[in-house]
Design a protein around this ligand. Sequence first.
Ligand code: HXC
Length: 535
Amino acid sequence: ADQPAIVDQGRVTLPESTAAMDTRTRVIELQRIRERIREGPSAKATEGQRARRKLLVHERIELLLDPDSFVEIEGMRKHRATGFGMQERKPPGDGVLTGWGTVHGRTVFVYAHDFRVFGGSLGEAHAAKIHKVMDLAEAAGAPLISLNDGAGARIQEGVTALAGYGGIFRRNVRASGVIPQISVMLGPCAGGAAYSPALTDFVFMVRDIAQMFVTGPDVVEAVTGERVSHDGLGGADVHAASGVATFVHDDEESCLADVRYLVSLLPSNNREPAPRVQCPDRADRPSEALLDVVSADPTRAYDIRDVIVELVDDGEYLELHESWATSIVCALARIDGETVGLIANQPRSLAGALTIASSEKGARFVQLCDAFNIPLITLVDVPGFLPGTDQEHGGIIRHGAKLLYAYCNATVPRIQVILRKAYGGAYIVMDSRSIGSDLSFAWPTNEIAVMGAEGAANVIFRKEIAAATDPAAVRAARVDEYREQLMHPYYAAERGLVDDVIAPQETRSILARSLRMLRGKQAEFADRKHGNPPV
Ligand code: HXC
């Protein structure tokens, strides 16, 4: 204890007389070394982190994990680079903390950049630490959470840094659909630090402090002449709208609290169901409010979230991609204590029409739920695919096919509830019986048809309307006729295309009973390497 370890710019140097120390003194020495490592490379670097209004890496881990559950590994590992002054700067840990801990008592693996060390940039040793923890997470079958605050490939280490990223990407893909992978963006993340999150299941970003870009503002200006700020190029709100960020928060505390909530909703791996909790909210609770939320008038908009709140336990849900592709809503929640994925058209945005972006958003969500054994509940109120040259020229055919492909491939329990409009291809795509939903229910307000009555009458009675002495009256009569004959759920119910017509207020109870019935669902596809989805 009289001869403390020296930590110079983060370098640990043991005193010469270590050999003479007894065990207790050596343990004290070890604690001292750990404390010094935790302090970071210098007080200035710590001040820098504070000046950027960011938490220190240990503080983040403490907020993320259950108290005292973090077990760090390779905290003393150092890089072996020699050029560009690296020989003189070998901070222990090499700018990343790796290890595991628990969230609500369940194991998760973590790696977290320390921006104080070379800007959290990734070199060979730094990458090897991440590879190790990724391999452990996959072997143990537990979620992997990365706390990203790093500048991408470490410039001084050249191609070995790039190879390090390659190893991360490969592992991200190998673990995809096996363990949940969650990326939390808490600093400026460039290059590889942005690409790895793109391969994971969820990306959290914190406003003002987190940015993601493939090439930073300096390079953008050099190449294109365009001047843009870090936030303007890749801030949290930019990526909430681009679809890169799944969740956006105002501060690190609320962000990490939501990461914990998300983990509680997910299984640890693809071989397990999501943890079931005791349902505090009666599964057969009637929801009278639903009688007023959805108007029978198909032109009246409403917020589909008002329906979701009524259906799920305690009205609690976690919405993904709230500000991207807003004509579809994707949310994780619980019904009768069981995690479910809700995917719903949003009449408040583009009347709920499917677009290029909303098809992509929906497809990815269906894939996520299917990979992690989360039953899918699809709430349908869809007028069709959004018409227009923008969408057609942008490849809506290809992108819409992604959603169709994802549903057709999904083997988890699938329940469709048609609230109101369900027209044409969009009806088929939104998990109709014909593409494999296990159960389909319709509210009495439902109109399943190839298209709306007005459009239908215009097409099939065009000649008759044109030849009539009073075209408007003939048209109105034909619209009524079409509506009466086809535009209600009973036509579909007669043909077995919906399993039952249900009252809105009994929906939660029917969903709970259906989910319970489908718990044992087993479905296998024929062997193949993989399909060829329209990506
Ligand atoms: C090594 C780096 C570094 C890097 C920053 N630092 N980037 N060290 N390699 N890539 C160091 C700085 O020298 C500085 O060290 C410390 O980190 C903090 O950096 P600052 O610039 O002072 O911080 P700030 O102003 O907050 O800006 C952060 C930043 C900026 C936006 C991240 O540093 C930046 O643009 N860096 C370059 C990012 C980049 O181009 N990375 C490569 C991406 S390519 P000292 O010692 O002074 O504290 C890539 C390849 C894989 O990742 C791609 C796969 C698709």
